[in-house]
Design a protein around this ligand. Structure first.
Ligand SMILES: [Zn+2]
Length: 538
């Protein structure tokens, strides 16, 4: 007996069988019932959530001879031939396998011939964003004036890469990631239909591992069933695919409270030795944070989390504020962007964990660095609030010598730099004020010198404040004369913030992305940059 993999056997045959995309199914069915089907659709969304399946269903539905309330009958000749993938009039193009120029050329040559056996000719283009520019242009010409019998169903995981000219000619549907609960229910339905022994824990493991993709869940289930010889039980699932280690995500959240950098390195080591992929872990961590946030707002009862870890979710939800969770999610999002930009994923994950471990203390740590900068650290005992970070900071090599000690004025509290007046604040503090208000200052200057102020903002970065002189650095290739004209108004704008000051322009090192406030204010990145002379790769 030949074995049909679950994904093929349980491929939806009607819209009502689509898992997790009720909004798409409903809108398409309504259109079909009213005979209003567009000539071009774009289906976007993560992989394995039913985009191509929907395109094939739609191809069947518009060609079906006896549709039932919009759904394909599944029995007539067009339904069966399309279902078996042998219909001549349904042409599937995989743009990922080549740039598609030849395919699109063939498409343009063949499109005007009437369909052979069906009512409509359907072109399904998978991963359409991978088409080359030439192929897109060719496709565009066809989309502009399609023959009455031609339909285009485009699917993509990266809609942002599809040219706007194509997008504007398509009706777009965004497919969503399918929830673990929906996948679990679908797996349960399949196990029952297949009369396979199963338990809920195994379904949970498989559903979580699939991370929102129905197709992945079915191939993982296939893998476990083959491994276990025809059943889907917890122990089999763990042995076949490994457990989703929720404890590692909780450990990452623990860092926020423990503020222990050593623990962050230990977790990184554990992740690395367990063979976890940094990118996978990051995606999982974001889902985890969102679940904690959900638990906080909805309560664990309504959550898509495993029964036995609900109490842990509830505990973390109680310990962290919503604002904290959102900030942590923003850190993760920034890390994800860096990873996509080819920043070494392992190092980026390490940095993220260090950020978690220095969370909430960013002000204190940032301040410590500023005080190191003004060489006061040795002359002043650390404040109580600075203690937890002291060991990790001072253990970093390369601490600068404490010469020319200029102690912080006693009136300037370490945790509230903005509270002191321009006259009592230290140079480092004044510099930091200018840095954090730099875009606002430049915006004010732009009232008088529009384009110069823009250059000032984009190219310049305040790097030093000494003896009432603010130094603004520019990249070595910059023409300083271009911005010299706006120095007087710049000096004027600085008065309310730091008092009377002279502005000096200089060519010299500037931070990699001075416009990127997130990384600029990031104490860990700054610490690495300053103490270890580290430079971001990107
Ligand atoms: Zn039919």
């Amino acid at each position: 007996m030949s074995y049909l993999v679950l994904a093929r056997k349980y491929r939806p045959k009607r819209f009502s069988e689509l898992v997790g995309q009720p909004h798409v199914a409903r809108t398409l069915l309504n259109g079909l019932r009213q005979g209003r089907v567009a000539h071009a659709y774009l289906f976007s969304g993560p992989r394995g959530v039913g985009k191509t399946t929907t395109a094939r269903l739609l191809a069947r539905a518009i060609n079906c001879l006896h549709p039932l309330d919009g759904e394909p009958c599944g029995k007539c000749p067009p339904c069966t031939s399309i279902g078996e993938g042998r219909a001549l009039d349904v042409i599937e193009i995989d743009a990922a396998s080549n740039t598609g120029v030849d395919d699109i050329r063939q498409l343009r040559e063949g499109i005007n011939y009437v369909p052979v056996e069906c009512r409509a000719k359907v072109y399904i283009i998978d991963e359409v964003h991978m088409l080359s520019i030439n192929a897109f242009n060719a496709l565009l010409k066809t989309l502009e004036e399609p023959p009455e019998h031609a339909y285009f169903y485009l699917a993509t995981t990266a809609p942002q890469k599809v040219p706007a000219t194509i997008l504007s000619r398509c009706q777009r549907f965004d497919f969503r990631r399918v929830s673990t609960a929906e996948i679990r229910a679908h797996l349960e339905f399949i196990c029952k239909s297949e009369q396979l022994p199963f338990d809920q824990e195994a379904l949970e493991i498989v559903a979580r591992r699939a991370d929102g993709s129905v197709r992945d869940s079915l191939s993982i289930a296939d893998q476990v069933i083959a491994f276990a010889g025809g059943r889907l039980l917890k122990q089999d699932a763990i042995e076949a695919v490994g457990e989703v280690r929720l404890d590692l995500y909780f450990k990452a959240l623990d860092l926020v409270e423990s503020r222990d950098l050593a623990q962050a390195f230990a977790l990184d080591e554990e992740l690395s030795s367990s063979g976890a992929d940094p990118q996978d872990f990051l995606v999982g961590l974001q889902n985890h944070l969102i679940q904690v946030l959900h638990t906080k707002t909805l309560g664990a009862g309504k959550m898509d989390v495993p029964q036995d870890s609900r109490s842990e979710f509830t505990q973390f939800a109680a310990r962290l504020t919503e604002a904290d969770l959102i900030r942590l999610l923003q850190y993760c999002a920034a890390a994800e962007v860096d990873m996509r930009r080819n920043f070494n994923p392992r190092i980026r994950l390490q940095l993220l964990l260090l950020k978690f471990a220095s969370f909430d203390q960013s002000v204190v740590l940032g301040d410590l660095i500023r005080r190191l900068e003004s060489k006061t650290i040795s002359s002043e005992p650390p404040t109580a609030s600075a203690k937890p970070q002291k060991s990790s900071t001072s253990s970093l090599p390369g601490s600068r010598k404490s010469q020319n000690v200029e102690p912080l004025p006693a009136t300037a509290p370490a945790t509230a730099p903005s509270a002191s007046s321009p006259n009592t604040a230290s140079d480092a503090e004044l510099l930091s004020r200018v840095q954090s208000a730099w875009s606002e200052i430049c915006a004010a200057v732009s009232k008088e010198h529009n384009s110069r102020a823009r250059m000032l903002q984009l190219g310049g970065y305040p790097t030093a404040f000494r003896n009432r002189v603010l130094t603004v650095n520019f990249a070595k290739s910059f023409d300083l004369d271009a911005v010299r004209g706006c120095i007087p108004s710049l000096q004027k704008e600085l008065v309310p913030l730091v008092g009377e000051v002279q502005v000096g322009l200089a060519l010299g090192p500037i931070p990699q992305s001075s416009s990127d406030e997130e990384s600029e204010n990031d104490p860990v990145l700054n610490l690495l940059k300053e103490r270890l002379d580290a430079k971001p790769i990107n």
